[in-house]
Design a protein around this ligand. Structure first.
Ligand SMILES: O=P(O)(O)OP(=O)(O)OP(=O)(O)OC[C@H]1O[C@@H](n2cnc3c(O)ncnc32)[C@H](O)[C@@H]1O
Ligand SMILES: [Ca+2]
Length: 495
């Protein structure tokens, strides 16, 4: 028993001072880890919002974007949380009744008011950007375009957002911001990866934008946009072809076939059995074709389908001018274009049309794409309407598919080899491909010119290291108390 008492006396762990030191040590380490972790934890996710209205030639769409409030500068963080398609045509169609243009936006704006939290309304920027439809109206009748903008601005100002104005984007801006959107959503900008080109086919204009090593801007400064994003310089080639969106291209193709003012035409881009009566004054009511209007023609003509892909390609080719090029190389209409390079994302009507035709898979060889189009165009109109009902755009898909293939190959010089570099896309990571996101990122300065400083460690790594170090310190502390440990080996044997 005396040996047991002696052992208890030698066991310093039972000394109050040792117990106090150990407890304080443990508390200090727990406090250290807690403070370090809490101090550096990511702040609670508060969001900021931005709204962009895309006033296109064929329709207007509203997009709501949201991003974590404390991380404006981090790429890939801004996401589209909602989109709303405005009912009715594009705002340029309201030239003779501008107040209706403003009214048409109301439903989508009400939706935005519901979806953006009320306490964020006044700090949420709202932009409206108009593209080729308003560009054409502005060319045709600038005071009519001013009246439309006036009505639209009046309607948007009535909402509680921070309205930043409505304006026409230049073709350059439209092309460049489409490229920014695609590469931002793909996370290529921040990581300094090779960028993707952007192909946008609208109703009234079409844009091509890409980075090419052979292009430094000197040959054609009008087609050059320079960006410095996240510490990388980009020399972007971009061009917007006004009148080469699919609706205006269809007008031009029809105009090509009615130059002499015939009473009827057999259009190879429409299906056999298709027939419609069209008004000359309606067809030629656009600056893209107004100069070609035949004199002394009857008011209407009969538009009949011939259903022939190859002939359709021939009439489409006639709207492209390949005769002059003052540069080393051109796409068409004497416009400079450097060598194609890298991958391309093709969106808007490129996607709608190729999706309908089941041709979004670009691993299908270009020759097979043409063969499928040939068969599709040769399908009688009655068979198509039986199969699909009377859906919108049905009559136009033969033209549109043929136009896309012709624009890409004859216009932009894509070949059978380079065709697979194109991907037909609608959305990237949940956000629509288009110029709107790039436009907002630019106007809110959300993409910095220089790469932002990032903490050397992500939060999880930081927490792990602090915890491991604290445990290590604790173990060392315990080991350092070794002289105070009970000496088990010298314990007297109890017999
Ligand atoms: O860029 P701009 O030229 O101003 O025109 P937009 O912005 O109005 O043009 P969109 O990309 O919205 O649409 C391009 C064209 O595709 C048409 N379109 C929309 N949905 C379609 C679908 O499902 N199938 C075929 N065409 C479609 C639309 O009417 C336009 O003619
Ligand atoms: Ca558009």
């Amino acid at each position: 028993m005396s040996a047991q008492r002696e052992m208890k006396e030698k066991n310093h762990w039972h000394k109050p001072v040792t117990i106090i030191i150990t407890v304080i040590g443990v508390m200090a380490i727990v406090a250290l880890v807690t403070v370090a972790v809490l101090q550096n934890r990511p702040l609670s996710q508060k969001y900021k919002y931005g709204i962009v209205m895309d006033a296109g030639s064929s329709h207007t769409a509203l997009y709501i974007y949201a991003w974590p409030a404390e991380k404006d500068n981090n790429t890939g963080r801004v996401e589209q949380t909602h989109s709303c398609k405005v009912k009715g045509p594009g705002i340029s169609s309201y030239a003779s009744n501008p107040s209706k243009a403003g009214e048409s936006l109301r439903v989508c704006m009400q939706e935005a008011k519901q979806l953006v939290p009320a306490n964020h309304h006044s700090e949420t920027p709202l932009y409206l950007g108009a593209t080729a439809g308003m560009r054409l109206l502005n060319l045709e009748d600038s005071s009519a375009s001013d009246r439309v903008f006036h009505a639209v601005e009046g309607a948007l100002q009535k909402f509680p957002f921070s309205f930043q104005g409505a304006r026409i984007l230049s073709g350059q801006e439209e092309g460049a911001f489409g490229w920014v959107t695609v590469n931002y959503l793909d996370d290529r900008l921040k990581q300094g990866l090779e960028t993707k080109g952007a192909l946008d086919l609208g109703g009234a204009s079409t844009q091509i934008s890409f980075v090419s090593d052979t292009f430094d801007g000197s040959e054609s400064p009008d087609n050059n946009v320079n960006f410095r994003l996240y510490g990388n310089d980009y020399n972007l080639y971009t061009h917007s072809f006004l009148c080469y969106g699919k609706d205006q291209a269809l007008r031009m193709t029809l105009a090509q076939q009615t130059l002499s003012g015939p009473g009827s035409i057999l259009d190879p881009c429409f299906h056999r059995g298709y027939t419609d009566t069209k008004n000359y004054s309606v067809l030629y009511d656009s600056p893209c074709v107004s100069k070609m209007k035949p004199q002394n023609a009857t008011p209407t003509f009969t538009h009949k389908g011939g259903g022939d892909f190859l002939q359709c390609q021939d009439v489409i080719k006639r709207i492209f001018n390949f005769t002059h090029c003052k540069y080393n190389q051109c796409s068409f209409n004497g416009i400079f274009q450097p060598f194609l390079q890298g991958q391309y994302g093709a969106f808007s009507a490129y996607y709608f049309v190729m999706d309908f035709l089941n041709l979004t898979d670009t691993s299908i060889p270009l020759e097979d794409v043409k063969e499928k189009l040939k068969r599709y165009c040769a399908t009688p109109w009655s068979e198509l309407t039986q199969q699909h009902g009377n859906i919108k755009y049905l009559a136009e898909y033969c033209f549109s598919g043929t136009y896309i293939v012709t624009l890409l190959t004859e216009g932009y010089n894509f070949t059978s080899q380079t065709y697979p570099t194109i991907k037909y896309i609608k959305k990237i990571k949940g956000s629509d491909a288009g110029w709107t996101l790039g436009y907002m990122l630019n106007l809110t300065n959300m993409i910095p010119a220089e790469a932002p400083d990032t903490p050397p460690l992500p939060h999880a790594g930081y927490v792990s290291i602090v915890t491991i170090m604290a445990i290590l310190l604790f173990v060392l502390f315990i080991v350092s108390l070794r002289p105070l440990w009970p000496r088990c080996s010298k314990q007297p044997h109890i017999i």
